[in-house]
Design a protein around this ligand. Sequence first.
Ligand code: MN
Ligand code: MN
Length: 293
Amino acid sequence: MLTEEEIEWTIKAGKITREVRNRIKYFIKEKMKILELCEIIEGEIRRLGGEPAFPCNIGIDYVGAHYTSPPKDDSIINYGSLIKIDFGAHVNGLIADTAITISLESDYEEMVDVAEEALDKALEVINIGMKVSDIGGIIEKVINSYGYKPISNLTGHSISRYIVHSGISIPNISGTHPGRIEPWSIYAIEPFVTLSDAKGEVINGPPGNILHIVKLKGPKDQKIKEYFDEIFRRYRTLPFAKRWIDLPEEILKNLMKNKIIYEYPVLIEASRKTVAQAEHTILTTDKEVILIT
Ligand code: MN
Ligand code: MN
């Protein structure tokens, strides 16, 4: 159950992401550094009064999710790519999560529209009490109707305070996935689309420069604990970027070795086929579904 304050903060976070998303097309350009794109988006979120809920994810072509620029990243965006930009804002831990795909003269422009349409259809029918598997069925049907395939193991998710994925998954395929849309809750819906001859699933790739705290107790060593406490103070249980923290390499290694901090792997399409994504966050009251992003 969300309090009145929490609803306000969620709606504010949603407005911030909407404004940022509307502006992306004006500042994305060929040969732009991926790092610059991430920093502009994260900077805009802060300028509008929020904090990034997680590092800006840039997924190019077959990269499905969970990649952000490492520190001093020199890589650039090239024409001919399909670029997924997935970002979130939070206000006092209340999160809005959204994504768009931009085609820079890629061959897969139609996939962007299919992802958007699958999302729109899901948002049209979603209501309180609905089985999440029925939402997955609708998303899959739209995607299949255009001759494409959903990514079966990437899902939308429930969101709670300081937690981006809080337990309920919203699938992009039909089936028997458990769970229903509850009142007074926050959910992200995010169809991922790929080609019909693709495997249609993601597998773990290399580390993606996105970290998060997994062991709240922290380390025993006093010196290392000081670093840990500072990270927890800033990000709590939210994901953060390697490039956001100024941490000696050996301290980070120690925290990762002791499974206190975890680095997400990049999720790549198993058959290296291009992926498009669209995402919005909704908020439910006792009787309404409100699109906040
Ligand atoms: Mn997202
Ligand atoms: Mn999401």
